[in-house]
Design a protein. Structure first.
Length: 300
């Protein structure tokens, strides 16, 4: 890796053996190994396109939402068992959403700025009808009857919810492991932590499993895992965008490629148009601009 060693590796922080074993058992339980299908739709190039490029190609019909979704689901199947970033996955719901997104485009319906893009939500964030554990055995079977404002707005912008990303219990910690799903591992060195508490989101982005994800940050929970996973974390000022129900401040993460226009409550590999901030959050200002290095070396 040369000069591009991740901060996690340089820090020398290693997961204790018991936690590494916990992560392995969790991956085997939730994502049992099975042979990958030889499928032309599995296209890693799609998985590492910027969000802006994906939306452009979807609108121009160069790509279908089904093709984008199948590529990301195949990447999750290939990579997630090694890193344990996405802990709840709803592939049938994801494909139904992708087909519906394509139908809207085919009919010429008005669509949101993020139409057809897959997203997974941090497991601290309420998702109606989808298990939300907060990383705690107390809530391991909890299914909320409402979604957070961030989830509602991302879905209104056209994003397709496919699952949840890992977090430490109640988001408390600069790491990402819990007794429900085990540890999420650093994609640059599987013996190291990915940081936290939005570690599942950061790892999913770094590995090309999602073009966008959301997270939260009270004392570094977006910025810390971004640092460890070679993406960019940006925490907007508290109150910049309304949050409901009340909880830790939500903010964006970004992956490689620049410039990036930030919008509160989401993470992105790259997103560089102000229209997202205006249309998703109801005002016309870019709330943050960040630059990322533009390299990725995943040790899988």
């Amino acid at each position: 890796m040369g000069e591009n060693l991740s901060l996690a590796r340089r820090s020398g922080w290693e997961l204790p053996p018991a936690l590494r074993r916990s992560a392995q058992l969790s991956r085997e339980r939730h994502f049992p190994a099975r042979p990958l299908k030889e499928d032309s739709m599995f296209n890693t190039e799609i998985c590492f396109m910027t969000a802006t490029e994906l939306t452009r190609r979807l609108r121009s019909k160069e790509l279908s939402a089904v093709a984008v979704m199948e590529a990301h689901l195949a990447q999750i199947e290939r990579v997630n068992p090694a890193v344990n970033a996405i802990v709840t996955l709803l592939p049938e719901r994801a494909m139904d959403g992708a087909r519906a997104a394509d139908e809207k485009l085919a009919h010429g319906d008005a669509v949101g700025p993020l139409h057809g893009l897959p997203v997974a939500h941090k497991d601290l964030i309420l998702t109606k009808g989808i298990r939300t554990t907060f990383g705690s055995r107390i809530y391991k079977d909890f299914v909320p009857d409402e979604s957070s404002l961030t989830v509602n707005r991302l879905q209104q912008a056209g994003m397709i919810t496919i699952g949840k990303t890992n977090t430490p219990e109640f988001g408390a910690g600069s790491q990402t492991f819990n007794e429900v799903f085990g540890a999420t591992l650093n994609p640059y060195d599987l013996t190291k932590t990915c940081g936290g508490s939005s570690g599942g989101a950061a790892v999913a982005l770094a590995c090309g499993m999602l073009p966008l994800a959301d997270g939260s940050d009270l004392g570094g929970s977006l910025r810390n895992p971004a640092n460890f996973c070679n993406i960019v974390g940006f925490r907007t000022a508290p109150g910049r965008v309304p949050i409901a129900p009340a909880r830790a401040h939500e903010g964006p993460q970004f992956g490689d490629l620049a410039p990036l226009a930030a919008f509160d409550g989401a993470s992105a590999r790259a997103l560089n148009h102000a229209v997202v901030d205006r249309e998703v959050h109801g005002h016309g200002r870019i709330i943050g601009v960040a630059f990322a290095p533009g390299f990725r070396q995943i040790a899988l």
